[in-house]
Design a protein around this ligand. Structure first.
Ligand code: AMP
Length: 566
């Protein structure tokens, strides 16, 4: 078989999906990549990491399942009953369409068999389609791709890549390791190059030519945020017995990443969306920075040096156009506490001590301020020091403290023990709404009862309770509309939905506070919360980052311990 073909790529995907050891997966990827020429290598690594385009590439396919289905109907004979049956058993459009594959009428474009490189260039044409007939053009290109699939597994993987739903147990990290092994490079260097460039395809080609150092920082492409793990306030703080730590305020705002480069400034949210237009004062302040830089920090509402509570900032969230009045009423400051890149240097592998030093060279202004920090005194009495700083932080209107290890690298997208957050009321959880119900009495006519879930490590959602209170009438009214627009189609509903519940896409994250956790078989998680109330809507948090069932168990055990019950 032609090793460059897309058929071969698809077979690699099948075999990787069937392997359970990550080591074996990495080896299979490496053996495959080593034989590819540059164009196929670039495309195949992108596709293996589940993408049609590199993260740094602003293009997207803009075709949904409806277009793919319409294209499939134009190319093959599709039996609807069969299609539904396949869809139900696989829950995946690629696998559902695969059995309809017929030896295609290979269209002129594809005189040769489909290869990753050909697929990638056709994706480019799809993304470039614009103007009045763009939709039609995209569908025709999609028909050409499907028509070129000569076997079921090609169809399966072509569609999976187009829908962004690869699911072969190959996270980007494993593809990175595969690249490193294939071309005899250090995994660390490959990872760093991908973080810097947000383009795994370019990195693979550079690794092959032993030219990783030529990879440049992609200013303007967001980097995953490093996150903190919670620790209990008021313990003996064994966490700090090794290493040197600093303390920072835990700001009650929204996390953001600022890129200053060429003559541009871009601000990204935690969900990696561009939120620049909502914060003109920050953009203007950053324009005057003289060097290219990527800063990590928190946007807070602050007036005359005093932090305002989160609800003030709420007035600014998602405002695309900010009135002059709002700009004076709720001025926002970007408190930056980390620096990920400076000019040509990519800094994430430097220890925090070095990054902090570099950070101090960035001049602070009213709307762009370096977050202060202090060294944690672990030699004498860490607990007393933490207590004093905690009270100070609270009095200044902040949520608590963050402790950070000075020798830690910046770990994009990871929550580890290098950053620890200290909040007093540990009993809040970030959860995702999975189903809603119509309210009663004065809440009749709005969707006001929300069933929420936490996640397992593998990303499965498990319900934990139902919340009724905490939101204003206006918030409930606007959420009702959102929920109605995000109902799940019958094929995707969870089996365990109860009567009266309307299953919705698990995308809305809320923070719930509660008094007590109990064991209960009322919900899938095996726990229930007493008096859950919604503290706030967390539009800044994607559903993939909600709290885990592990965290629920931890709070439960801590609660029992405090009450002397275990
Ligand atoms: P949580 O949202 O409760 O998971 O807490 C983590 C969040 O705290 C981060 O995503 C940041 O938005 C926020 N945060 C506030 N202050 C800091 C800080 N000094 N360092 C890091 N994160 C901070």
């Amino acid at each position: 078989m032609e090793r460059r073909s897309f058929l071969h790529f698809s077979e690699i995907c099948e075999s990787v999906a069937a392997l359970s050891s990550t080591l074996d997966k990495v080896r299979a990827v490496a053996t495959y990549l080593v034989e590819l020429d540059d164009l196929d290598l670039e495309a195949a690594t992108l596709f293996l990491s589940g993408r049609a385009f590199a993260q740094s590439d602003p293009r997207s396919l803009r075709i949904g399942s409806a277009t793919i289905l319409a294209a499939a109907r134009a190319v093959w004979h599709i039996e609807d009953v069969e299609l539904r049956r396949h869809y139900r058993s696989h829950g995946d459009l690629g696998a559902a369409l695969a059995p309809f594959t017929r030896q295609g009428r290979r269209l002129a474009l594809f005189a040769e068999p489909l290869t990753p490189a050909i697929l990638r260039s056709t994706f480019g044409e799809i993304a470039a389609a614009s103007g009045k007939n763009a939709g039609r053009r995209r569908q025709v290109l999609c028909e050409q791709i499907l028509g070129a699939c000569e076997s079921e597994i090609e169809t399966k993987y072509v569609v999976k890549i187009m829908t962004g739903d690869l699911r072969i147990g190959l996270l980007e990290g494993l593809v990175l390791e595969g690249i490193a092994e294939a071309f005899d490079q250090s995994p660390q260097d490959v990872r760093r190059a991908v973080m810097a460039s947000s383009n795994i395809g370019h990195v693979a080609v550079a690794a092959k030519h032993k030219a990783l150092e030529s990879i440049q920082i992609a200013y303007g492409s967001p980097i995953g945020f490093m996150l903190a793990s919670p620790i209990q306030y008021g313990t003996s703080y064994r966490e700090f017995s090794s290493g040197n730590w600093i303390l920072e305020n835990k700001y009650d705002g929204i996390r953001a990443q600022l890129h200053r480069f060429d003559d541009k400034v871009v601000l990204f949210s935690r969900t990696l969306d561009d939120i620049s237009t909502s914060y003109p004062e920050i953009i203007e302040a950053a324009q005057s920075l003289e060097s290219a830089v990527i800063l990590d920090g928190e946007l807070i509402a602050q007036k005359s040096g005093l932090a305002l509570p989160f609800r003030f900032l709420q007035a600014r969230l998602q405002r695309k156009i900010v009135s002059a009045e709002l700009l004076t009423e709720v001025p926002v400051t970007f408190m930056f506490f980390d620096i990920l890149a400076h000019e040509e240097e990519f800094l994430i592998d430097e220890p925090l001590s070095v990054r902090r030093e570099r950070l101090q060279t960035i001049p602070s202004t009213e709307h762009l301020t370096a977050a202060p920090y202090e060294l944690l005194n672990t030699a004498d009495d860490a607990a007393a020091h933490i207590h004093e700083s905690f009270e100070k932080a609270r009095n200044a209107g902040h949520e608590g403290l963050l402790a950070k290890r000075l020798d830690a690298r910046y770990h994009p997208g990871r929550r580890g023990k290098w950053w620890l957050k200290l909040k007093r009321e540990l009993a809040t959880l970030d959860v995702v709404v999975v189903a809603v119900e119509w309210g009663h009495g004065k809440r009749a006519g709005v969707l006001s009862d929300y069933t929420f879930a936490v996640r397992t490590d593998s990303g499965e959602l498990m319900t934990l309770g139902k919340a009724y209170s905490g939101l204003t009438d206006a918030e409930i009214a606007s959420l009702t509309k959102w929920f109605l627009d995000h109902r799940l189609p019958p094929t995707q509903r969870r089996e365990k939905a109860r009567a009266g519940e309307i299953p919705v896409q698990p995308a809305l994250v809320i923070e719930v506070a509660f008094d007590i956790i109990q064991r209960s078989d009322l919900h899938e998680s095996g726990f229930a919360l007493r008096f859950p109330r919604i503290v706030r809507i967390r539009d800044d948090k994607p559903a993939s980052e909600i709290d885990t069932i592990e965290r629920v168990r931890e709070i439960y055990t801590q609660m029992l311990a405090r009450e002397g019950l275990n």
